[in-house]
Design a protein around this ligand. Structure first.
Ligand SMILES: [Fe+2]
Length: 210
């Protein structure tokens, strides 16, 4: 959408000298957001979907995971790579829509990752739903932070991070991170987090792994 143009400006100096016309064009924003729904539209927006079948080995109860439909959508990420991936000093912007659900007693969650560059931090801002941001520092020290509409979380670059939906509705959160942060999924794939978010007596609980 083009917002419009400003007509050329003609100015006259006190000496009635005509100054060259200046034309200013307001350029349309390349991406538009729907904050509450997690919508991002525009030609530059990318999207990826993670289904249960893509998340092998993430959930504790492998039997329960294997019995579920692998096509079940767990989460969807939309993002704007405003600069090339890996460009130093740039920023990416995106949103995740994480569906409610459980595998056994464990709530649906994102894969979770460290940033490849441990100096690169990230913001998460929650728009809708109820969740837990699971963070992990050194030696698998793991803790959770409550996510609800309008909470803002600053994730230090050295912390692994994963989001868990503990509500009944989609959890929607916006993120801003460095284009040169990179992703280290492998450390999580091999060692996991130090705790899981499980349902206990009808409520979410963070259960440490022995
Ligand atoms: Fe991240």
């Amino acid at each position: 959408m083009l917002f419009g143009t400003i007509a050329p400006v003609m100015e006259s100096s006190p000496e009635s000298r005509t100054i060259e016309a200046v034309s200013t064009v307001l350029i349309a924003a390349p991406v538009n957001l729907n904050w509450s729904q997690g919508g991002m539209t525009g030609g530059a927006v990318r999207e990826s979907v993670k289904r249960l079948g893509d998340l092998k080995g993430i959930f504790r109860d492998e039997d329960a995971w294997g019995a579920m439909d692998p096509n079940t959508e767990v989460y969807r990420v939309r993002w704007w790579p405003a600069v090339p991936h890996g460009e130093e000093g740039g920023l990416f912007w995106g949103v995740t829509v994480l569906q409610p659900g459980k595998v056994g007693r464990e709530y649906f969650m994102t894969h979770g990752h460290f940033h490849a560059d441990r100096t690169r931090a990230e913001y998460y801002a929650t728009a809708a739903g109820r969740g837990i941001l699971v963070r992990m520092g050194t030696e698998w020290r793991t803790w959770g932070e409550n996510m609800s509409p309008n909470t803002l979380h600053y994730i230090r670059g050295e912390h692994a991070h994963r989001v868990v939906n503990v509500g009944d509705d989609p959890l929607i959160f916006w993120a801003c991170w460095g284009s040169d942060a990179g992703y280290d999924y492998e450390t999580i794939r091999q060692n996991g987090f130090g705790a899981s978010v499980m349902e206990r007596d009808g409520a979410p609980a963070i259960v440490a792994h022995e």
